[in-house]
Design a protein around this ligand. Structure first.
Ligand SMILES: Nc1ncnc2c1ncn2[C@@H]1O[C@H](COP(=O)(O)OP(=O)(O)OP(=O)(O)O)[C@@H](O)[C@H]1O
Length: 368
């Protein structure tokens, strides 16, 4: 049976250092939930608290309505998959998968049938009698996954399970993990520092920094409307451009150097800011710019171009001197030479406007 995980005001301290200050979070039943963030942000610490390997200095963790703070790891009914495969070298694939079932007082026939079912789910039936040393890294990780889910845990916890695999295998395995999770429907908490991997597998992602959740949302929400400049720059590539917002009769106008936008209608400023010009930071992804030669929009000069087949990547300098990156589909433009003057617009609804500290997203839409 899969569970909802309720985390409330959770605190983690190592001696006097607070690593997680009062974190609250609800992970839904059957959800594939990812903790994403740079090294040291507290992802593994939080996962180990859910598993029961770390003490809790404040707050609660519940599986459905059961508080599990004091429940020992072996009694939480969790499955775990780590970066190192941690499978037993002296047991065959079948032996490894059966291990967790053998001390659950199931009959031999029941164990054999459960092992056979899981071998099919993770697609390693043909290797069932092999020893781990005769398996590739990807196959070993499938064994680890099979061993974790064969016990039908309430929660599946995975800590960077793909980081020992090469690039191509990582992509194959992340698709396999997603498919298997969907099939078995176990509430899953996944830790990674790889934003592309997080986007590929997750129903929702919590982006963390210094033990604090910066943004919690679906991959699309986080990519398209990042909560702050940290999230905008951590997820995918983006350009952060300095500008200012001035109030107009019908909304706000965005200024960047000498250029300014049409009025942005849905900018949501705090009341104290609504009537005066303020400095802002604007996030625009490389693919959201449109390059034109029609002398409207932001004036810029081509510095350097990189042809990448389907897309061409341009580095251009704005009049302010700031360099920005732009991605254009190769077929729509010929490759422009350094020194060439162009004009930039931003696709409608693709502007994210933040306060000067990069914290508050004022949203906003309209053509730049
Ligand atoms: N046993 C420990 N004693 C003291 N400090 C610790 C301990 N374990 C972790 N920390 C600290 O807690 C913070 C969070 O560490 P954690 O391992 O959870 O980060 P992470 O986001 O998983 O990073 P990584 O991606 O590098 O594994 C770090 O600053 C780390 O130095």
């Amino acid at each position: 049976m899969s569970v909802t995980i309720f985390i409330k005001d959770l605190v983690k301290k190592y001696d006097d250092t607070t690593v997680i200050p009062e974190l609250s979070l609800e992970i839904k039943k059957g959800e594939f939930f990812t903790l994403l963030g740079p090294s040291g942000c507290g992802k593994t610490t939080l996962l180990r608290m859910i598993a029961g390997f770390n003490s809790i200095e404040g707050g609660t963790i519940q599986f459905n309505d059961r508080v599990i703070n004091q429940v020992e790891p072996g009694k939480r009914n969790i499955g775990m998959v780590f970066q190192s495969y941690a499978i037993f070298p002296h047991l065959t694939v079948k032996g490894n998968i059966a291990f967790g079932l053998e001390n659950r007082r199931l009959s031999k026939a029941e164990i054999a049938s459960k092992v056979d079912d899981i071998l099919k789910v993770v697609q390693i039936e043909q290797y069932k009698d092999r020893m781990p040393k005769n398996l590739s890294g990807g196959q070993q990780q499938r064994v680890a996954l099979a061993r974790a889910i064969v016990i039908r845990p309430d929660v599946l916890l995975m800590d960077e399970p793909l980081s020992n695999l090469d690039a191509k295998l990582r992509v194959d395995m992340r698709n396999a993990i997603k498919d298997i999770q969907r099939e078995v429907g176990i509430t899953t908490v996944y830790v990674t520092h790889d934003q592309e991997e997080a986007m590929a597998v997750s129903d929702r992602i919590a982006v963390m920094k210094s033990g604090v959740i910066q943004h919690l949302g679906t991959p699309q929400e986080i990519y398209q409307r990042p909560a702050n400049v940290f999230v905008a720059t951590f997820i995918g590539r983006t350009n952060i451009i300095e500008g200012s917002l001035t109030p107009e009769a019908g909304g706000h106008r965005l200024h960047i150097g000498q250029s300014y936008s049409e009025e942005l209608s849905n900018i949501q400023l705090p009341k104290s800011h609504a009537q005066k010009a303020i400095n802002v930071q604007i996030s625009v992804r490389p693919e959201e710019f449109v390059m034109t030669e029609d002398q409207t929009g932001l004036k810029a000069t081509i510095v350097h171009s990189v042809f990448l087949g389907q897309n061409t990547h341009y580095f251009v300098d704005l009049e302010s001197g700031q360099r920005v990156e732009i991605t254009q589909e190769s077929k729509t433009t010929q490759i422009l030479d350094p020194g060439h003057t162009i004009y930039l617009k931003v696709k409608k609804d693709k502007i994210n406007v933040y306060d000067a500290e990069g914290e508050l997203n004022y949203t906003g839409s309209g053509q730049l």
